[in-house]
Ligand binder design. Sequence first.
Ligand code: FES
Ligand code: FES
Length: 149
Amino acid sequence: DSIRDLYQEVVFDHNRNPRNFRVMDDANRKIEGFNPLCGDRITLYVKVDAGVIEDVSFQGSGCAISTASASLMTEIVRGQTEAEAEHLFETFHRITTGQDGDAVNLEEIGKLAVLAGVRAYPARVKCATLAWHSLQAALKNEGETISTE
Ligand code: FES
Ligand code: FES
């Protein structure tokens, strides 16, 4: 179907050419996200100033879905306030758990909708949520290693 096609296209593109894939020297939050199911790790760098996510980048070698999801996330949350990012987490969680129903307008949330394709591959949800959970933890705690469990 078309959502699945779009999903595969975006995952392919962002995995091949990940955005914001770099070390950030002036980050004020850095966190290592870990997927216990496969052992993959990403390092997430965030620069927060006065409650605004000024910059976000990542490094690491995960699978295509985790890389694409991290790449998309960095594009989506840059420039957002921490409160806006928190709202996105909730939306993303509803999508990945299939609870979006009519409540989430997929058109409105744009690229995030692509991640809804994860529902077609439920076993890969932890790959798609790795970067998001890392960001959530980075905004709350500094410099911790987190598990996506
Ligand atoms: Fe659902 Fe985090 S996105 S538990
Ligand atoms: Fe490891 Fe996807 S298989 S993050």
